[in-house]
Ligand binder design. Structure first.
Ligand SMILES: Cc1cc2nc3c(=O)[nH]c(=O)nc-3n(C[C@H](O)[C@H](O)[C@H](O)COP(=O)(O)OP(=O)(O)OC[C@H]3O[C@@H](n4cnc5c(N)ncnc54)[C@H](O)[C@@H]3O)c2cc1C
Length: 228
């Protein structure tokens, strides 16, 4: 039977995650609870939904987005740079957007991620809670640490950041073949079944393209090469 733990604060949540080997944070639950989830059904859930990690605010030229903020809240906020709002709308289902959180989306590091290309291209910063307390890191640094057990607290994006996002799929609700973002000279690409890369405009070249249900390796390579 699945156990659900209710930490009183962020530090306790992180400590529990380290103590319990088979555990995940429960945020929107859209990945944890879905049929055919990538997360095994017997893991312990550390419920972070009552922690104060929600909301969008302005802070000295930056926009700070709490990790529990939903994709719908991001899409409808006039504070958030337009291309990040556009990326949140890549999730074509209102029901899903109402539950799915930015923290959960980033943590999953999916190769068809709605938000990761936009956040990497935006050079977003992050505040994370580790066993040794709060830390400020770059989103790219956190992204690379795939086995990191830190609790994401917030995402920080320059208010005036300008960018563009694109997503290629057979239909708005279908799995994306390629999702990409560019912002002020930084490019990021997520390619289904293959990988995520960021850096210059040719960052896509480092992705090991593979065939999957969204298309052949050659097809996706072509899409990534012409998307911007
Ligand atoms: C039908 C369907 C289609 C989907 N399609 C896509 C898609 O195309 N692209 C896509 O990117 N996603 C997709 N998803 C997955 C999911 O809905 C989103 O990625 C969502 O944003 C996950 O957020 P969540 O809050 O629901 O995460 P949860 O399900 O609550 O958690 C998922 C993971 O994130 C970790 N996590 C959550 N919050 C934090 C935090 N604050 N700090 C550290 N780790 C955290 C948890 O430990 C867990 O491992 C789909 C889901 C469904 C049901």
């Amino acid at each position: 039977m699945r156990s659900i733990l209710h930490p009183q604060n962020a530090q306790e949540a992180v400590n529990l995650h380290h103590e319990i080997e088979n555990s995940v944070y429960l945020a929107g639950g859209t990945e944890i609870m879905r049929l055919g989830s990538s997360i095994p059904s017997d893991v312990s859930l550390i419920d972070i939904t009552k922690l104060p990690l929600k909301g969008i605010r302005e802070d000295e030229g930056n926009i700070v987005i709490g990790a529990l903020t939903t994709l719908e809240e991001i899409a409808s906020s006039e504070l958030v740079p337009q291309f990040i709002r556009d990326a949140a709308l890549f999730d074509a289902s209102l029901q899903l957007r109402n539950a799915a959180t930015i923290g959960g989306n980033f943590a999953l590091r999916r190769f068809d991620s709605y938000l990761i290309p936009a956040l990497l291209a935006a050079e977003a910063g992050m505040t994370v809670m580790c066993t040794k307390g709060l830390k400020e890191k770059s989103g790219a640094e956190v992204f690379e640490k795939k086995d990191c057990k830190a609790l994401f607290m917030s995402f920080i994006i320059e208010k005036k950041r300008i960018g563009e996002v694109k997503r290629i799929a057979r239909a708005a609700h279908a799995h994306a073949a390629v999702t990409a973002a560019k912002s002020e000279g930084v490019y990021a690409y997520a390619v289904s079944g293959s990988g995520i890369a960021y850096g210059g405009s040719d960052a896509w070249k480092s992705i090991p393209f593979k065939d999957d249900l969204t298309g052949s390796a050659e097809y996706k390579k072509y899409l990534a090469s012409v998307i911007f």
